[in-house]
Design a protein around this ligand. Structure first.
Ligand code: SF4
Length: 359
């Protein structure tokens, strides 16, 4: 477990059969609130080359007893220390056994009347019936895809299973069953396998089209004692994951396509670092998209304008459908982003209609 600024570890007293026991609560401060985030076990028989919990890496190992985990979590929840549970695990046994253990924790919590948030991470090769069980019990289910394709994956996780069959197909099945992208997510280790941003963006587009929700990027950090640390000694810079998060949102929520990014990629297929927002960089690289006429543009065309997000685009369309879109109304809708958006808009007909309304 990596302890950083997002982690806290308050302790609680738990009543045992003969005495009280002090237990540390692993609290991860996510954007949605504090989560009880833990591994059922950090023992693992896999040899992922970047992972501090891989077999053969000297690291302290811990494992929860399932009944104790349930008690500690419920007590932490009752005291308001956490708002939900995020549970994953090392692969200490076969994938079915480990996924079953993870799912059974959720089952026990629900059996005890807990109705709050549960996020479960499933193992590669989890049987399909267990994927369905996980979705029945949890609010969100994830399976880490780790790399943007089979060749990258086998480089960094040679024994973790087959990328297409054990990871991708399970993830797509979860998305198919859930029928709600918000309920299925995944993660990849950014920069571990030598993949380019082009590779990542292609995967993000494919997953978004397949109904998978967020793709989280875990920037690779070399950990002493892991095989990869001697080959890739430099951590992935945070700006790379920030830019790819922007790309992921543009593809998933704004309808951008992977090929839209081509003009801004360098010779290696990567997005060079910049302090400018990615959407504006794309707009400047695609002069053929502009200007956009707010009176006639589709949602997708509006969403390509810097400053205009799904909410503002929707407002423009609604006001337009009521026949009430004029320059003043557009300025009101765009508010603080008016200046950013203005140069990409064709306002000639709106300005004309404003003039004629004053005549
Ligand atoms: S399966 Fe998970 S815990 Fe085990 S070595 Fe791979 S990444 Fe680490």
């Amino acid at each position: 477990m990596t302890w950083g600024w997002k982690w806290r570890s308050p302790s609680i007293l738990l009543e045992g059969a003969e005495r009280f026991e002090r237990v540390e609560v692993p609290v991860y401060c996510s954007t949605g609130g504090p989560l009880f985030k833990t591994l059922l076990s950090s023992r693992c028989r896999m040899d992922c080359r970047y992972c501090p919990f891989a077999r053969g890496v000297r690291a302290p190992r811990e494992a929860w007893r399932r009944d104790k985990l349930v008690r500690v979590f419920l007590e932490a929840y009752r005291r308001g220390l956490v708002r939900g549970l995020f549970l994953s695990s090392g692969l200490y046994g076969d994938p079915e056994r480990v996924s079953l253990d993870v799912v059974e924790v959720a089952e026990e919590l629900r059996r005890r009347g807990y109705r709050g948030y549960i996020h479960l991470r499933l193992m590669p090769g989890t049987p399909l019936w267990l994927v369905r069980e996980a979705l029945r019990l949890a609010d969100r289910v994830g399976l880490n895809i780790e790399a943007p394709g089979p060749s990258f994956f086998s480089e960094i996780a040679p024994s973790k299973g087959r990328w297409s069959l054990d990871l991708l197909s399970r993830l797509l099945y979860a998305a198919h069953v859930a029928r709600d992208p918000r309920r299925v997510d995944t993660q990849l280790v950014l920069g571990a396998s030598g993949e380019s941003d082009r590779d990542v963006i292609a995967l993000v587009e494919y997953l978004a089209e397949s109904g998978v929700g967020r793709v989280h990027f875990s920037p690779y950090t070399p950990v002493r004692g892991t095989p990869l640390a001697s080959v890739r000694s430099r951590p992935t810079p945070l700006w790379r994951s920030r830019q790819l998060y922007e790309a992921e949102v543009l593809i998933r929520d704004y309808g951008f396509r992977a090929h839209d990014f081509e003009p801004i990629l360098d010779d290696e297929g990567n997005i060079p670092p910049s302090s400018m927002q990615l959407k504006k960089r794309l707009a400047l690289a695609h002069p053929e998209w502009f200007p956009v006429n707010p009176e006639t543009a589709s949602m997708y065309e509006l969403l390509r304008v810097p400053g205009i997000g799904p909410k503002r685009a929707q407002m423009i369309v609604e006001v337009r459908n009521r026949g009430e879109l004029d320059l003043a109304e557009l300025r009101r809708i765009l508010g603080p982003v008016w200046r950013a958006a203005q140069r990409f808009l064709d306002l000639s007909s709106l300005s004309r209609s404003m003039l004629t309304s004053y005549m």
